[in-house]
Write a protein that binds this ligand. Structure first.
Ligand code: GUN
Ligand code: ZN
Length: 444
């Protein structure tokens, strides 16, 4: 039995905050602790009580005065785009053709895929993200690289090979049958192995023929416990192109609805220009609209209308969307989310931001029993946040009066420098990476 006792200010949500200071939505313990046993949370709460439950030989990691939260969750990004962040000047379709479809061809090389997959997972961990849902490239070897890197680190990760059989370079195209066969084989190999979850991933309507959408329908029907991820309504030119390819569909959302791709495990990136009818379809099916603020600003795509999602009862989550997204940091992502909503006269409260990065995104993934909060029995994926991680933050924190104010400072000014440590299934990971980097330097 391995036990670790973490000390710090423990914060975990139990429900979605309603308003700026909804104290019933979270549990906060100033002199708190989390006892981790065999990779699970055994108990979280007052240090005095939790430490009584620990074995006399327990190892203690004292993180006071930092915050102890569940690991952060990212519900949409692209692992093969790790090295293509910050590609200049283009909107979605031109950006895909100029930069991304060139970059993703490199993942035919298993060695390159393995190198980037390792760096990708370490980048997530440096930023306090312990679970993410990512697209791999069209190459099955990119999926092997992705899940292998996650498995080596013990991370709960969701991913899948993109399927695309048109409007892409030949080197990135599969065929409907190949997309089906490769996806099927990868599901058999990875889904449910350790902490891996597979996402059936037709990239978007523009890059899949009706035949490939039929194959996607079959995959979804045959694997109800897999996720489905695709893109929807991100950019006006994209919408015009997609709907022109499916002239019988009522609108963009209806393209996916017709192929039964909207389920309560479907993650739909962006969802910026949806009509009320389309958002209502998401509400009926339980599909999730994924808000990617840094990406939507970077590509000049548009502004996600959170209030309309809430009013129509549709589910939504938050994500970085690296490499159109400009940061792996969920803190920086929520900073931009706040501004995108502010531009539309909408408010995103600090409590809601931290709920979204943790329990909210876990619920979007239907993984709230495992991750996103520090309940007994949860997987011990934990982030330690230092609200004074930068000198300007240390100065600003001197005037902070409350937890809510501190959280707002963290999301507005924070980044990976505020992640003091991250635990995956009870193992400290951030220090581990520094040691590995030093070894790399020593042997160079
Ligand atoms: N739509 C289809 N593929 C992509 C992608 O890789 N990134 C973004 N932002 N949108 C997409
Ligand atoms: Zn995307």
């Amino acid at each position: 039995m391995t036990e670790l006792l973490i000390r710090g200010r423990v914060l975990t949500f139990v429900n979605e905050p309603q308003g700026i200071d909804d104290a019933a939505s979270y549990r906060y313990v100033e002199d708190g602790a989390v006892l981790m046993r065999n990779g699970k949370v055994a108990m979280a709460g007052e240090h005095a009580e939790v430490s009584r439950m620990a074995a006399p030989s327990v190892t203690v990691a004292d993180h006071r005065p930092h915050l102890v939260l569940p690991g952060l969750i990212d519900t949409h990004l692209h692992f093969p785009q790790t090295q293509a962040i910050a590609s200049y000047g283009a909107q979605l379709l031109e950006w895909l053709n100029t930069y991304i479809f060139v970059e993703e061809q490199k993942f035919a090389q298993a060695e390159h895929a393995a190198f980037i997959a390792g760096r990708f997972m370490d980048e997530l961990l440096s930023n306090g993200t312990t679970t993410a849902a990512a697209y791999c490239s069209v190459h099955p070897q990119s999926v092997d690289a992705y899940f292998t890197a996650a498995e080596q680190r013990g991370m709960l990760m969701i991913g899948g090979k993109v399927m695309m059989d048109r409007n892409a370079p030949d080197a990135l195209k599969d065929t409907p049958q190949q997309g089906y066969d490769e996806t099927k084989r990868l599901i058999g190999k990875w889904h449910g192995r350790g902490r891996a979850h597979y996402a059936i991933s037709p990239r978007f309507a523009i890059t899949s023929t009706p035949e490939q959408m039929e194959m996607s329908r079959a995959l979804v029907a045959e694997h109800r416990d897999c996720y489905v991820q695709t893109h929807l309504s991100e950019n006006r030119d994209e919408i015009a192109f997609a709907t022109s390819l499916y002239p019988d569909a009522k609108d963009y959302t209806d393209i996916y609805a017709r192929y039964d791709l909207l389920t309560n495990r479907t993650l739909l990136g962006h969802c910026i220009y949806l009509s009320d009818r389309e958002i209502s379809v998401l509400a009926e099916t339980g599909a999730v609209g994924v808000f990617c603020p840094t990406s939507n600003l970077f590509l000049g795509s548009g502004l996600f209308d959170r209030d309309r999602f809430d009013r129509l009862g549709a589910r939504w989550s938050v994500a970085t969307d690296v490499g159109a997204g400009t940061s792996f940091s969920m803190l920086e992502t929520m900073d931009e989310a706040y501004k995108v909503l502010h531009l539309q006269g909408q408010r995103l409260s600090p409590l809601n931001s931290f709920y979204r990065m943790t329990l909210g995104n876990a619920r979007a993934l239907r993984l709230q029993d495992r991750i996103g909060s520090l309940h007994a029995g949860a997987d011990a994926d934990i982030v330690i946040l230092d609200s004074r991680g930068k000198s300007a933050m240390e100065l600003r924190m001197r005037t902070a009066q409350s937890l809510v104010e501190e959280l707002f400072i963290l999301q507005t000014m924070g980044d990976d420098r505020c992640v003091a440590e991250v635990y995956v299934a009870g193992k400290a990971m951030k220090g581990r990476k520094v040691v590995a980097a030093r070894r790399e330097l020593e042997t160079a």
